[in-house]
Design a protein around this ligand. Structure first.
Ligand code: GDP
Ligand code: ZN
Length: 298
């Protein structure tokens, strides 16, 4: 259960808060507050404040943590407007299967996703587009950036303005460099606040939101890699691939595995070039390796 201090930003500065006891009384099946929650507070005489109420979340990035009494919903970020999935065009080479898995998690959690292809200076725009551009027609905007020469940084800034965004992606792709390019001096301006502290079986969470000059906040969320696709039945996976979602009803058999059946609309769409071969491969990999045989881990 939650204890400790939570920093709350208000229009009149930030407050160090504690949770009102009654908020902690009900049996908890998830975090009471998390990074990004909207709360009502009452200032105290000593300058601190009490959290009186946590407003309903529009959506949340959650991690299901196994607990003795059942699963516990750890809130990695409440009310995210979007997740930016950062990959490098090279060095490290883009790991599209990981990107596809992240996108499935975003679909499952109902959080809009954007793809950021960084280090475009290493390969050039044309080569970068050959790798990433097929995500755009699926509904995932793609932004090409270089933290090194500044390409695409303005576009990235515009996508973040006024929103609460999570940054995720493998290490070494340039997440910190992009944040610094967006806002020079950001690292210095950031206060070291811990969003919340959770004691007990699940791990201590200490995160921060970086406020942006143009409005909005960004949080680095490397932990999305550890999110699992809990409760995902293999048959429901096609629902998390936008290009497959409306196709499967045209398969000849309604229990089609989309692997070898005649009359499979998915395989036909791959042959026709309507579905990208790599996306189809990711789908098969997730469905027949990760979801069926092992849990989807980092
Ligand atoms: P993070 O682990 O995702 O936060 O990645 P970093 O921001 O620490 O960057 C990892 C390495 O990539 C560093 O050596 C950066 O200088 C380099 N890097 C970051 N962005 C770019 C870029 O756009 N172009 C090039 N060529 N190198 C970059
Ligand atoms: Zn099929």
């Amino acid at each position: 259960m939650q204890s400790g201090f939570i920093t709350v930003e208000t229009g009149r500065g930030s407050y160090v808060c504690r949770l009102r006891g009654r908020l902690k009384q009900a049996r908890q099946t998830g975090d009471i507050t998390g990074l990004g929650d909207q709360v009502e507070i009452s200032p105290q005489l000593d300058g601190s404040a009490m959290i009186e109420k946590v407003l309903p979340r529009s959506r949340a990035l959650v991690r299901m943590a196994p607990m003795p009494k059942g699963e516990f919903r750890q809130v990695l970020m409440a009310n995210p407007d979007q997740i930016l999935l950062i990959f490098a065009c090279a060095n490290p080479p883009p790991h599209l299967r990981m990107l596809d898995r992240f996108l499935v998690i975003c679909e499952k959690q109902g959080v809009p996703a954007l793809v950021v292809a960084n280090k475009v200076d290493l390969v050039g725009q044309t080569a970068a587009q050959a790798v990433f551009e097929h995500y755009r027609p699926l509904g995932y905007p793609v932004i090409y950036t270089s933290a090194k020469d500044g390409a695409g940084i303005a576009e990235l800034g515009a996508a973040l303005a006024g929103k609460l965004s999570a940054f995720s992606g493998p290490s070494g792709v340039g997440k910190s460099s992009l944040l610094n390019a967006l806002q020079p001096g950001l690292g210095l301006a950031v206060k070291d606040v811990s969003g919340l502290t959770s004691k007990g079986q699940h791990t201590t969470v200490s995160r921060q939101l970086y406020p942006l000059e143009g409005g909005g906040y960004v949080a680095d969320m490397p932990g999305i890699r550890a999110l699992k696709l809990w409760d995902t039945e293999p048959e429901e996976l096609d629902g998390y691939f936008p290009e497959l979602r409306s196709l499967v009803e045209y398969c000849q058999y309604n229990d089609c595995t989309h692997r070898f059946e005649k009359g499979c609309a998915v395989r036909q769409a791959v042959r026709d070039g309507q579905v990208h071969l790599e996306r189809y491969r990711s789908y098969l990999h997730l469905r027949y390796t990760d979801v069926e045989e092992v849990e989807i881990g980092p």
